[in-house]
Design a protein around this ligand. Sequence first.
Ligand code: ZN
Length: 111
Amino acid sequence: MFLHFGHSERLLNYYEDESAVCDNCGEKALTYRIVQKYYQIQGIPFLPAHKYTGVSCENCMYGHNNVISENAKRYEKLSKTPLYLYSGALVLSLTFLSLIVLACLSIIFPD
Ligand SMILES: [Zn+2]
């Protein structure tokens, strides 16, 4: 049996900003997409990685990822990482913790 390790990404949120100006056409209507990357094992989210911001213009269809701007930083702060992206790490931690507790109990109360 092979375990499939990998990474994926999930759209956290998007914001339509009517005050931001497109670098390509000068239109004042950009859409910011906040995307969370995460690691997974067998399709189960294990740990979140970094976020990035993509921007696109509806007028000229110009767009790019990894935007570094004050708006991008603000929107990334507003988009919290969902707790379920820690599922794998939480299950693994609880498993080890319960094994440690069981080992301690068997030492304290032998038969
Ligand atoms: Zn544009």
